[in-house]
Design a protein around this ligand. Structure first.
Ligand code: GRF
Length: 203
């Protein structure tokens, strides 16, 4: 099965996929890594792994639709079975999302539906929460609103800073995201009537 991974930054989740593939745990091929930011370190991780990379800079477009259309054409050239958003920091238009319905995933660092949007770790700390987490979901037109597939919970410690909390979350991300992609490429995970199902059972 063919994956295309979209990134905007470090690409540590991308690295987790690369490792899962190299160790034979994830039987898939990353056909390309596409970033909207030329400075994304994840592009270096892809290049080091021999994966083709491309950049579609959102700054070159005067509206979301044009950006999304160029991005879609580049993705479709690889004919992926699955599009994986891994730290991709762009809001995608409904038409783009519908085009990949049921075959596009995202990871969001919160226990959805709590803390949609950005700066989730900071907001949890500000609210004095004692639990936080991360969610992997199918992408729907509603930002961070798609059907949740799996979540991982972590404690918030009194000594936590934004970075210590983010680090604890990312440890979990690198476990659950490759697992979800594995379920998908094995044909076990499907979106049915806007509901995530595993082996036919609603999640
Ligand atoms: C992760 O925390 C992910 O949950 C969020 O952005 C961050 C990206 O991390 N979407 P990386 O670029 O995969 O290291």
């Amino acid at each position: 099965p063919t994956l295309v991974v979209l990134i905007s930054g470090s690409g540590s989740n991308l690295q987790a996929f690369i490792k899962a593939i190299e160790t034979g745990r994830l039987k898939a091929r990353i056909a390309a890594v596409i970033s909207n930011r030329a400075e994304a370190y994840g592009l270096r991780r892809a290049a080091d792994a021999g994966i083709p990379t491309d950049i579609v800079s959102h700054r070159l477009f005067d509206n979301r639709e044009n950006f999304d259309q160029v991005l879609q054409d580049k993705i479709d050239a690889f004919q992926p079975d699955l599009v994986v958003l891994a730290g991709f920091m762009r809001i995608l238009t409904p038409n783009f999302v519908r085009h990949y319905e049921g075959r596009m995933l995202n990871i969001h660092p919160s226990l959805l539906p709590l803390y949609k949007g950005i700066h989730t770790h900071r907001r949890v700390l500000e609210d004095g929460g004692n639990e936080h987490g991360v969610s992997v979901h199918f992408v729907s037109p509603e930002l961070d609103g798609g059907p949740v597939i799996i979540q991982a919970k972590v404690p918030v410690l009194p000594s936590d800073s934004e970075s210590s909390l983010a680090e604890r979350i990312q440890e979990q991300e690198h476990v659950i995201y490759p697992q979800v992609v594995k379920w998908f490429v094995e044909g076990r995970l499907k979106l049915v009537n806007n509901q995530a199902t595993l082996d036919g059972n609603a999640l």
